[in-house]
Design a protein around this ligand. Sequence first.
Ligand code: RB5
Length: 150
Amino acid sequence: MKIAIAADHGGYPLKEQIVKQLKSLGHEVSDLGAHTLDPLDDYPDFAHAVAVAVQQKKADKGIILCGSGVGACVAANKHKGVRASVCHDTYSAAQGVEHDDMNVLCLGSRIVGSALATELVKAFAGAKFTAEERHARRLEKVLAFEKDNA
Ligand code: RB5
């Protein structure tokens, strides 16, 4: 699977670890920065890079890291076709994909430790949207909001 990843300075410490993990799981990783630790960089720039990669189908899924995961999530969800969530438990990281077709995982590098981050990424990357009728119906209703707001 193609996975785009990016992090601001708050998420930077975890990103390198996750890039290695994704590669070892056999995924094709697109690392969209930051490529150096810059305390003055801004999370919307990195959220935008991942969101556009997902929108343009250059990536099947995205992962964005910031300090809390919240700013990245808010910014990513402003992009049509992006369904991002902060998931700091493995149930949500998998179920968000299976039921809600979540395509971007946001992580707070200041909240989760490296071991939990590994499990969250594994759960997210390994999950697939079930497309069961009730989930497809609910997704259609969510997608209708994007059309209404166009
Ligand atoms: C950056 O210091 C921090 O505010 C940012 O990474 C993030 O936590 C925002 O939600």
